[in-house]
Design a protein around this ligand. Structure first.
Ligand code: CP3
Length: 343
C-alpha cells in the first residue's frame, strides 16, 4: 500500500520526512492559474466547473509535489447553496446579497454543490492517473462562525463588528444561523468524503474576532457538533481545524472540538503549543510574507519551525494563504528545504 505522509502524520505517527502543503497553493501566484482564469472568466465559474477545478487543484502538485492537494473551491459556496446571493467582484473580494435567515433552505444545497463533489472525484482520479500516489486529497469548508461573519456582514471586513454585534444582540437568530450552517457544513463535508476526500480542513479564519464567551458559543460548540457528525459517519476521516487568531484559546479548541490536527497561525509559538495540545497533530505556520520575501529570512524561519516541531507529529504549512505576488522560485526554495528534512 502506498504510504501517504500526510495521513500518517494525522494518525499521530512519526514520518521519515515532514509532510507539507500550503494554504491557497492553487491560485494567482501561478501563471497557469492566471491563464486559465483569464480564459474562464469568473472565479465562481471555475469553482462550479469540475474539469477546471480539477486542473487548478493539480497545477501546484505538478510543480511542487506537495503531500496534500486541496480541493479548489471556496468557503462561501455554502451561503450560496443555502440561497444567499454571492458574487466575487474583481479586486474587491466577495459580495453577498441580503441575509434572510428564515429563507435559507438546507434541504436543497446539493443541487448547487454537486459539481464540487464531481471535482473531488475527478481530482482523486487525476492524482492517481498522473502518478501522485503520495499526495492526499484534502476537502474543506469554512467553520460556521467564519461563514456567518460573511453572511451577516455581506462582505469582508477588518473586524466583522456588525456580525459580532448581531450575534450578541440577537442570540436566538444567530444560533439559528449557526445551526443551519452546522447541518449544511457536515452534509457538505460528508459528501466530499464519499466522493474521495481523504482529509478535511475546517477553516475558522476569523476565530480571532470572537470574544472569550463567543469563542465557546460560536466557535467551539458548532465545530464540535460538525466533527462529531462527521466522525459518526466516517470514523476514519482525519479532520484539521484551523482557528486563526485563537491565541491562548488554542488548547481548549484542540481539546474540545475533537479535531485530529490543529492549524497554527504565524504568531503562535511552536515551542509553546507543542506542550499544550496532547495527542494532536500540529500544522503550520510559516508567515506567507516570509515566503514572499524569500532568501535568508525564509530559510531561517522555515528551519526554526522544523526544529521546534521535531519529535511531534507535524505538517509543514503556512500560517495563512500564500500571497499572490509570491515568486515561484521562493516556493521552490522552501520545498527544497522541506524535502531534505526529517521530522
Ligand atoms: O488552494 C487552496 O487553498 C484551495 C482553494 C481555496 C480558495 N479559498 C480559493 C480562492 C480555499 C481553501 C479558500 C478558503 C477561503 N475562502 C477562506 C478561508 C481561508 C482564508 O483565506 O482565511 C476565506 C476567508 C475565503 C473567502 C474568500 N475567497 C475571499 C475573502 C476571497 C477574496 C480575497 C482574495 O484572495 O481574492 C476569495 C477568493 C478566492 N478564493 C481566490 C481563490 C484562488 C481568488 C480568486 C481569484 O481572484 O482568482
Amino acid at each position: 500500500m502506498t504510504e501517504k505522509l500526510l495521513l500518517k502524520a494525522l494518525q499521530g505517527k512519526r514520518t521519515a520526512r515532514t509532510p507539507f502543503w500550503f494554504m491557497r497553493q492553487a491560485g494567482r501566484y501561478l501563471p497557469e492559474y492566471r491563464e486559465l482564469r483569464a480564459k474562464k472568466g469568473g472565479f465562481l465559474d471555475m469553482v462550479y466547473d469540475p474539469a477546471a477545478a480539477c486542473e487548478i487543484t493539480l497545477q501546484p502538485i505538478r510543480r511542487f509535489g506537495m503531500d496534500g492537494a486541496i480541493l479548489f473551491s471556496d468557503i462561501l459556496v455554502i451561503p450560496q447553496a443555502l440561497g444567499q446571493k454571492l458574487e466575487f467582484v474583481a479586486g474587491e473580494g466577495p459580495k453577498l446579497g441580503k441575509l434572510d435567515i428564515d429563507a435559507l433552505d438546507v434541504s436543497a444545497i446539493h443541487e448547487t454543490l454537486n459539481p464540487v463533489y464531481e471535482s473531488v472525484r475527478q481530482i482523486r482520479s487525476g492524482l492517481k492517473n498522473e502518478g501522485f500516489d503520495h499526495t492526499a486529497l484534502i476537502g474543506f469548508a469554512g467553520a460556521p462562525w467564519t461563514v456567518a461573519c460573511y453572511m451577516v456582514e455581506g462582505q469582508g471586513s477588518k473586524d466583522f463588528g456588525r456580525a459580532k454585534a448581531f450575534a450578541c444582540a440577537q442570540p436566538d437568530q444567530f444560533q439559528k444561523l449557526l445551526d443551519i450552517l452546522c447541518t449544511a457544513t457536515a452534509d457538505y463535508l460528508s459528501r466530499q468524503v464519499e466522493a474521495g476526500a481523504e482529509v478535511l480542513q475546517i477553516f475558522e479564519s476569523w476565530a480571532g474576532q470572537a470574544d472569550n464567551q463567543g469563542f465557546y458559543d460560536w466557535i467551539i460548540a458548532p465545530t464540535k457538533k460538525i466533527v462529531a457528525t462527521l466522525k459518526a459517519r466516517h470514523p476514519d476521516i482525519p479532520i484539521i481545524g484551523f482557528p486563526k487568531g485563537a491565541g491562548s484559546l488554542l488548547p481548549v479548541y484542540a481539546a474540545e472540538t475533537g479535531v485530529d490536527g490543529v492549524g497554527l497561525d504565524s504568531l503562535t509559538s511552536p515551542a509553546w503549543v507543542k506542550g499544550q495540545v496532547p495527542g494532536k497533530t500540529l500544522q503550520g505556520n510559516l508567515d506567507p510574507f516570509a515566503l514572499l520575501a524569500g532568501g535568508k529570512a525564509l530559510e531561517k524561519r522555515a528551519r526554526a519551525i522544523l526544529q521546534a516541531m521535531h519529535g511531534t507529529p507535524f505538517i509543514f504549512n503556512l500560517g495563512h494563504g500564500i500571497d499572490k505576488e509570491t515568486p515561484i522560485a521562493h516556493v521552490e526554495a522552501l520545498v527544497k528545504i522541506l524535502r531534505n528534512k526529517e521530522s
